[in-house]
Design a protein around this ligand. Structure first.
Ligand code: FEO
Length: 170
């Protein structure tokens, strides 16, 4: 595998695990506020990020690469309002999209089409992640200021259930 492509993918394992940690921090914030539905939504988000990390980890191993794991940074965001984590989540997903795009571009440059095919799933996933984050902000801005609206939104988010990623690696 091309050295740059490998290093970016190896580093992305860490970035995905950091994402999981960041979303767990958001779940923790909402849990402390008594909003168990919001907390559930972000706990599931954290699980999905662990899945993303594991997909990259397995992909590198399947391609006989020497994976190394680094320290996961402390979640560094501070939240003052109920809307803050939602906005930080969207900002973070846009950042992750830029990282995935950079790996994709490096793979194209190296003519590593196995990796571009692997990353196609992540490109699509990032589109969904950004849309989900944007939709949450829209709903919160529409209904979040009203106690009854917040209660119903919390109930809706409590209904989110985890499902394993559609991408499966042997
Ligand atoms: Fe792994 Fe939310 O992107």
């Amino acid at each position: 595998m091309d050295k740059t492509v490998f290093e970016l993918l190896n580093d992305q394992i860490n970035k995905e695990l950091y994402s999981a940690y960041l979303y767990l921090d958001m779940a923790n914030f909402y849990s402390k506020k008594g909003l168990d539905g919001f907390a559930n939504w972000y706990e599931i988000q954290a699980k999905e990020e662990q899945d993303h990390a594991m997909l990259m980890y397995r992909y590198l191993h399947n391609n006989d690469q020497d994976v190394t794991l680094g320290a996961i940074a402390k979640p560094d965001k501070t939240f003052a309002t109920l809307l803050d984590p939602l906005k930080a989540g969207l900002e973070h997903e846009r950042y992750v999209t830029s990282l995935i795009n950079a790996i994709y571009a490096a793979a194209v440059k190296a003519s590593d089409f196995r990796t571009t095919q692997f990353l196609d799933w992540f490109i699509k996933e990032q589109g969904e992640e950004e849309k989900n984050s944007t939709d949450l902000i829209t709903k919160m801005e529409l209904f979040g200021d009203d106690a009854r609206g917040l209660y119903l939104l919390n109930q809706e988010l409590a209904g989110r259930v985890y499902s394993a990623p559609s991408l499966v690696l042997d």
